[in-house]
Design a protein around this ligand. Structure first.
Ligand code: MG
Length: 376
């Protein structure tokens, strides 16, 4: 079997996702989704395919490495080259699963669990404590037992300088009020994460982490930017609030230092953006030997989310997977499914061959980026 063609289509979701389809000379295809490479992603895939045409699609890791090494001088350390490659890699796994008639998790070593626990991102950076509490209750009523709120707000009343990364006492109090209102609304048994988006300096991060200690958070996300591992570690070691980071790191190489130095309590690779499924599993294995759980970042539509689920099923140290489509209504339109993909805050890992879910051509066509045409 040989790869005959690779095509990419941008579809609106959280910004735009890029859907990737691999075609073979035997008629079988595989489809993947990647995200956060902006408009360049589909152009990068169009160029990458020259390295992949006529290759045997069954050698997924070899093809990943072939492209990665070929792009070393063109951005293959991080960023949209890796996002594009992740989309291709996921499409290859879908194809291989269909060829051997097995679900992808089986090819990754089998599953530890049948269903994947999700947390719902609830936004909230510009919202007052009462509206955060109200949303938290609505999301819990949907069945989720874990939620996340943003507590950074560059436009809040108490922010005196838009460029420095410090916090004023009023800002800290506003963050605390939000989290306190959410905890009060959902009770003690719901997991709450809060995100600071790496927008604070070390003393500010430590102050906020301390202020969060009474609320028993699942994690405090990126209190400082992720690129300074020593600073992240200093925050982590200063507080009993668990610290999580990694949504903007790429590949094993990008996660090595933060894991080895145990600078976080939880890591959050975005699998359809930073690495694909094989590499995602390898990152999870690196974290496992340091007793660090994995809570993948994820803003993909249903196809990319289910791709992440196959990795989450196949590793012991999975904690929870993000779902970021609250308020985005076209989730169910993008795939063909006879029942909702998410039930009570969980996704059952599909048992059909490949990723186990097919995109819905009508839904994809309806939400394509202008200028794109559907797969041929
Ligand atoms: Mg985040």
């Amino acid at each position: 079997m040989k790869i005959r063609d690779i095509q990419a289509v941008d579809v609106i979701g959280h910004g735009y996702s890029t859907y990737v389809r691999v075609y073979t000379d035997e008629g079988l295809t595989g489809t993947g989704e990647c995200i956060h490479g902006r408009a360049a992603t589909s152009a990068i895939i169009e160029e990458m395919k020259e390295l992949l045409i006529n290759e045997n699609p069954m050698n997924v890791d070899r093809l990943f490495e072939k492209v990665r090494r070929a792009y070393i001088f063109d951005g293959a350390l991080a960023g949209n080259v890796i996002s594009a490659l992740s989309g291709v890699e996921i499409a290859l796994w879908d194809l291989v699963g269909k060829v051997v008639n097995l679900p992808v998790y089986q090819l990754l070593g089998g599953k530890f669990r049948d269903k994947i626990r999700l947390y719902s991102d609830c936004g909230g950076s510009a919202d007052d404590p009462e509206s955060c509490a109200k949303r938290a209750k609505e999301v819990i009523a949907m069945g989720f037992n874990a939620i996340k709120f943003d507590i950074d707000d560059l436009d809040n009343l108490y922010k005196l300088d838009h460029w420095n990364w410090s916090v004023t006492p009023g800002e800290v109090q506003l963050m605390v009020d939000k989290v306190a209102a959410v905890r009060e609304a959902v009770g003690p048994n719901i997991d709450i994460a809060v995100d600071m988006h790496g927008r604070y300096d070390t003393p500010a991060a430590i102050r906020v982490a301390h202020a969060m200690e009474p609320y028993n958070l699942m994690w405090l996300e990126e209190p400082v930017p992720p690129e300074n591992v020593a600073a992240m570690r200093e925050v982590k070691r200063s507080t009993s609030t668990p610290v999580c980071s990694g949504e903007n790191l790429f590949l094993r190489y990008g996660f090595r230092e933060i894991i080895e130095k145990q600078a976080v309590d939880i890591i959050m690779p975005d699998i359809p953006k930073c690495c694909g499924l094989s590499e995602g599993k390898k990152i999870a294995s690196m974290a496992e030997i340091y007793y660090i759980p994995l809570a993948p970042h994820n803003v993909c539509g249903p196809l990319g989310t289910i791709a992440s689920c196959h990795v989450c099923a196949s590793i012991p140290n999975f904690l929870v997977l993000e779902w970021h489509w609250l308020g985005r209504k076209h989730w169910d339109e993008l795939v063909i499914a006879d029942k909702p993909i998410i039930e009570n805050g969980y996704i059952a890992v599909p048992d059909k061959p490949g990723l186990g879910v097919e995109i819905n051509p009508d839904g994809i066509k309806k939400y394509m980026r202008p200028g794109f045409s559907f797969f041929e």
